[in-house]
Design a protein around this ligand. Structure first.
Ligand code: AGP
Length: 584
């Protein structure tokens, strides 16, 4: 798995271009990186580690080059397993993103035929399958037709001033600029191309300096989707911040408004009608997207809709059996590529469900598989710990619930206007308070000596505690547990001895205030170090309405996790062993 970036040009281009593209794809993997290009012969260089920190050592130019940054999902992070991977004659170099399911059988067959493998990756079967081909286009089509899995790959061949690019479900696109740029995502093409061809599932492109020709598996020429590359350079770069995570937290205020204004009335109304008319509703997602889904339970309840919120990983085991015609799945995925989500919606579709997708990635598999999708529009998020996409997803889900409320009669246009006003106000307040919250987060976290902590709240802010705990695990490699205030008293409080830190988010529901006060008192009596998150807390969140309070409260938690990661000197944006989109 990983990220692919390369170019095909009429005139030789600096090879360092590939380093720039790979750095922008670093969120896809950072176990190792490699590059291949054509001189008189096929050249290859590889290195272990994070290419955004240590660029590949390349000098000179070439008309054709391909690079890869790797997440070691199949095979250890060794130089041998780092892409590009070559055929036996070292004439074909392949980079691949995704997973091949039946690679063991294929490899066994190829070994029996005499092929010599040098790595333990699934991807290495591709160069050997291409070996000896007389027609690389046909051979690539043959691979995507026969080899099972979800993957995309690109390859170059000694003596050919072109590249071949194939997609068997995993996204890959070709930017159309002064050169043709091959990449795993759209944002990385910023500054290189204004438009990009998105390769459809099960297609192969022949990329020459003159153009891109795309074929389906029957070798028919396709006219694929062309998307605009509309990101600003500062969005794909760190913009002066030391880490993407911090930058992306600072992006939150502008993203909140942007996410709301980018939602189109006609799609919202349609999605709301679908949700309102559903026989049953399941909201699915993983990690941060699941936590946003859990908050939507409160949003939908308020408008008289019962939404079942289930991890996309668990959905097939028990919820799927309740799905039939009339069911609606609200599928949330920032990347739009997470396997659990894609697998679940495919199964649900087969049983007749309608899919409402919520994703930050317009060309993603979720967007393509959904009957209707609502964009998160938070811009590219490059740190593995998700921040601004969580808050923007909440904006989308709250808006959808309000539109659903228009159908159920529980909300009217005035509620929508009030939400819009509250959101604008919240965005302004977060914008002005961020430096202060950052400082308070740093001070608060400097007192955390232990490697484990609780984060607690109640009601609509309980999923925020779960989300905060996830951020501590990813950014600070600290164990944190999100727990409901009431549940704390049923055993877990036993651990809150002196020195065991606890972050308490003040609930937004008045009914929970008594419990909140009781827990705070009991913890103070025990001498537990308490960090309180509220408009009056030790780390102050911005005052806002109940429905927007999860956004206000998560920001201090994100910053505390970030600061602890910094204090521990951790690679916050690229935590070891984690990858932005979990594709398995
Ligand atoms: C969030 O910080 C994590 N990196 C992770 O839990 C993530 O939210 C999860 O893998 C789901 O990703 P998705 O939204 O792209 O589907």
């Amino acid at each position: 798995m990983g990220g692919i970036f390369g170019f095909v040009c009429r005139e030789p281009r600096d090879l360092s271009t590939v380093n720039v593209g790979l750095s922008r794809l670093i969120y896809r993997g950072y176990d190792g990186a490699g590059m291949t290009w054509l001189n008189d012969s096929l050249e290859v260089t590889k290195a272990l580690g994070d290419v955004s920190k240590t660029p590949l050592k390349v000098n000179g130019k070439s008309k054709v080059a391909l690079g890869h940054t790797r997440y070691a999902s199949r095979g250890w992070p060794t130089l041998e397993n780092t892409h590009p991977l070559l055929d036996c004659n070292k004439k074909i170099a392949v980079v691949m993103d995704g997973i091949i399911d039946d690679y063991e059988e294929i490899r066994e067959r190829l070994v029996k035929q005499g092929h010599k493998f040098t790595s333990t990756t699934d991807a290495e079967v591709i160069p050997h399958l291409l070996e000896g081909s007389r027609d690389y286009l046909k051979s690539a089509i043959d691979i995507i037709s026969r080899v099972r899995g979800i993957y995309s790959f690109a390859f170059i061949v000694e003596g050919m001033d072109k590249a071949f690019v194939a997609s068997a479900g995993q996204p890959i696109m070709i930017g159309l600029g002064d050169c043709k740029y091959i990449s795993s995502d759209l944002p990385s093409l910023t500054g290189f191309a204004e438009n990009a061809v998105i390769l459809p599932e099960n297609s192969v492109a022949e990329v020459t300096p003159e153009g891109v020709k795309v074929y389906d598996i029957n070798i028919n020429v396709l006219s694929p989707q062309i998307k605009r590359v509309k990101y600003k350079e500062e969005i794909v770069d760190k913009g002066g911040f030391p880490h993407y995570m911090l930058k992306e937290v600072y992006d939150i205020p502008s993203c909140l408004v942007n996410s709301y204004t980018s939602l189109m009335e006609k799609y919202l109304s349609l999605a709301a009608m679908i949700v309102y008319g559903a026989k049953n509703i399941y909201v699915i997602g993983n990690g941060t997207s699941l936590h946003a889904g859990l908050i939507s339970y409160y949003y939908f309840s308020e408008v008289g809709i019962n939404a079942n919120v289930v991890s996309a990983a668990e959905f097939p085991y028990y919820a799927l059996q309740n799905i039939s015609t009339g069911s609606v799945i609200i599928a949330i995925s920032q990347s739009g590529e997470t396997s659990d989500v894609i697998r679940s919606i495919k199964m649900a579709k087969q049983r007749g469900a309608v899919i409402v997708g919520v994703t930050n990635s317009v060309g993603s598999r979720l967007a393509l598989e959904s009957n209707i999708y609502l964009p998160i529009t938070a811009g590219p998020e490059l740190a593995v710990p998700a921040t601004k996409t969580f808050t923007s997803t909440l904006v989308v889900l709250r808006t959808l619930s309000l539109y659903t409320g228009l159908n159920s009669g529980k909300k009217d246009r005035k509620d929508l206007e009030a939400f819009e006003k509250d959101l604008e106000e919240l965005s302004k307040q977060i914008y002005t308070s961020l430096p202060q919250i950052e400082k308070q987060a740093e001070d608060a976290i400097s007192k955390v000596e232990k490697d484990s902590l609780y984060i607690t709240s109640s009601g609509i802010n309980f999923p925020v505690a779960l989300e905060g705990a996830l951020k501590f695990k990813e950014a600070a490699l600290a164990h944190a547990e999100g727990i409901q205030l009431g549940e704390l008293l049923h055993g877990p409080i036993a651990l809150t001895n002196k020195g065991y830190p606890i972050i308490i988010i003040k609930p937004s529901e008045e009914q929970a205030f008594d419990l909140y006060n009781k827990v705070v008192k009991s913890l103070s009596d025990r001498g537990s170090p308490i960090i309180s998150v509220s408009p009056e807390g030790s780390v102050k969140s911005v005052e806002t309405s109940r429905d927007l309070s999860p956004i206000a409260n998560v920001v201090p938690l994100q910053l505390m996790a970030y600061k602890l990661g910094v204090k521990r000197g951790l690679p916050i944006d690229t935590p070891q062993g984690l990858v932005k989109a979990v594709v398995s």
